[in-house]
Design a protein around this ligand. Structure first.
Ligand code: SAM
Length: 527
């Protein structure tokens, strides 16, 4: 049976318009003054801290080159070297607001997180103005848009830098929350009020002949208030980061946790500053950045290693790529995801395991009141999953591990499913046997992934993924032949999305009589 997913033309038109505006920003500075900080704020959020900083610095040098070239001093090599040093410092100071915003964002609740970018933006601009020689490039926003600067002249440049950065942070915040109606109302109305205030003051100033006595003192005070705010915020973030580092695992998850090698129960032990999971035979699994790492060296070999490299690289872009591709091709993403998740049998109170959970995109489509658990081989994907869960206010137990040797006791979950990774596992049969082993007897299991048609048409052609998917020895196919014959109701659906067979969804039921330990052992051994 084929399942059809409908298209959303209006969203598609809006998506293409937004793309055009962002492209225009690269060539026309009054637009770039808005789209630049939005892209910067979005980009740092997709990257680890150091990598994000270095990339942003690279972009700043690249986009600043014409300006730097124009102002290149004529004269001795010493003058050139001094110019280069000051310029590099100026560029670093223009990138640091984004880095600090990235650092602070994860520790600040909700809409409040949007305030860190404008605070750091003004703070670093003020520091740069105080330290750098006159004429050194200070920040993109400052150089880009004179009209904008005139508009908010009453509070000085800092008010404009604050406003532009804040609107960028609010836009990225709304994007990350998928522009849900209530959030759009809140974000848009606060931003609109701030813009109206700035425009009002600008007009007032023009009407009164450019000589409002308040202008300068207020501007300077505002800038230094932002510096003080940024320092206070950094202190608070430093204090919070110590608190947020611990591992949050539910007692239920801890009780079903087993060593992926020996199946022995694991115990949480404090060790120095951190925590570690230990089995009775002395195996140790570390907990790093709030995630238990249950991978063994043999898990990262062959295909698993090859594709792990891909997901560690694109982890930060994964969700956005999915959303942008769906929007530009007109796919209704909710309908798309529900076309396969709708095949699950989930009731409130159920414990649900997703193997290869990635960034947790499927979790928000599950009914409320279920206990969520996810395992994945890529740390970067799980780090983004943690951020998503915070954003969606969902709780889930996350583990770094191999879906081919699940670190859980037999029959631990009411619902077990997998989406999007199995095509390229080292051992698909083993992964399926493991899903069956940890599923409650009588439960339905779902395995969904891309069809060969889709892999060929999209992943093989895309710039970053192409190298990973071209020249494969075998085409991908729904692993129906790997489902053990004793499973019931084995069935495959093909999901047709915008005229293409994009996904397969394989379902089967674990027999309800499978309660004996012998049967579970047999599944684990692959008999
Ligand atoms: C395309 S993503 C799908 C993520 C998520 N299920 C979704 O639907 O958005 C594939 C995921 O499979 C994970 N993966 C690949 N091989 C794995 C393995 N052997 N064990 C566990 N996860 C694996 C990758 O790290 C990646 O996060």
């Amino acid at each position: 049976m084929n399942l059809n997913v409908r298209t959303r033309r209006s969203k598609q038109v809006v998506a293409w318009m937004v793309v055009c505006i962002f492209l225009l920003g690269f060539f026309y500075s009054p637009v770039g003054a808005w789209t630049g900080p939005i892209l910067g704020a979005w980009f740092v959020g997709t990257q680890r801290l150091r990598r994000g900083f270095l990339w942003m610095l690279g972009f700043a040098v690249l986009f600043g080159l014409p300006h730097l070239w124009r102002h290149l001093p004529q004269g001795s090599p010493a003058a050139l070297a001094t110019y280069a040093c000051w310029t590099l410092l100026a560029l670093v100071l223009s990138v640091l607001p984004f880095t600090f915003y990235r650092m602070a964002g994860t520790h600040l609740p909700g809409f409040l997180s949007t305030l860190s970018l404008p605070l750091y933006g003004v703070a670093f601009m003020t520091i740069a103005s105080a330290c750098l020689p006159a004429g050194t490039a200070v920040s993109h926003t400052q150089g880009l848009n004179r009209a904008l600067l005139q508009l908010g002249a009453v509070f000085g440049v800092s008010a404009m830098v604050f406003l532009v950065n804040w609107i960028a942070a609010v836009t990225v915040w709304m994007w990350n929350h998928e522009f849900r109606a209530a959030l759009i109302r809140r974000g848009a109305s606060v931003s609109a009020a701030a813009c109206a205030l700035a425009v009002g003051f600008g007009l007032l100033r023009q009407l009164r002949g450019d000589a409002l006595p308040l202008a300068l003192p207020v501007g300077a005070a505002f800038a230094w208030v932002c510096v003080a705010g940024a320092v206070a915020l950094s202190g608070w973030v430093f204090f919070r980061s110590g608190k947020d580092r611990g591992w949050k695992c539910s007692p239920e998850a801890l009780s079903i946790l087993r060593s992926p090698a020996t199946s022995e129960p694991l115990h949480l032990v404090r060790q120095g500053d951190g925590e570690v999971l230990i089995s009775s035979s002395g195996e140790r699994f570390p907990i790093r950045a709030g995630i238990a790492d249950l991978r063994r060296p043999e898990d990262l070999t062959g295909f698993n290693q090859k594709y792990n490299h891909l997901y560690e690289t694109i982890g930060g872009f994964y969700d956005d790529t999915q959303r942008v591709v769906c929007a530009l091709t007109g796919i209704d993403r909710d309908a798309y995801v529900m076309s396969y998740l709708g095949l699950l049998e989930v009731k409130p109170g159920d414990s649900v395991l997703e193997t290869s959970v990635g960034t947790g995109l499927n979790f928000k489509y599950l009914p409320p009141g279920v206990r969520l658990c996810g395992i994945d081989l890529a740390r970067e994907m799980l780090a983004n999953c943690q951020s998503n869960l915070r954003r969606w206010r969902l709780q889930a137990d996350l583990f770094l591990g191999n879906a081919e040797s699940l670190p859980f006791a037999d029959s631990s979950f009411d619902v077990v499913f997998h989406v999007g990774g199995i095509n390229f596992f080292n051992d698909r049969a083993k992964a399926i046997r493991e899903m069956i082993r940890v599923a409650r007897p009588g439960s339905r299991i779902l395995i969904a992934d891309e069809t060969e048609e889709h892999v060929k048409a999209s992943f093989e052609r895309a710039p970053i993924t192409g190298g990973y998917f071209r020249n494969r020895k075998e085409p991908v196919a729904a692993p129906v032949d790997l489902v053990p014959p004793e499973m019931l109701e084995t069935h495959v659906e093909i999901l047709n999305v915008v005229g293409k067979n994009r996904f397969y969804a394989l379902t089967f039921r674990k027999p309800a009589t499978d309660s004996s330990g012998t049967k579970a052992e047999a599944l684990k051994a692959g008999e």
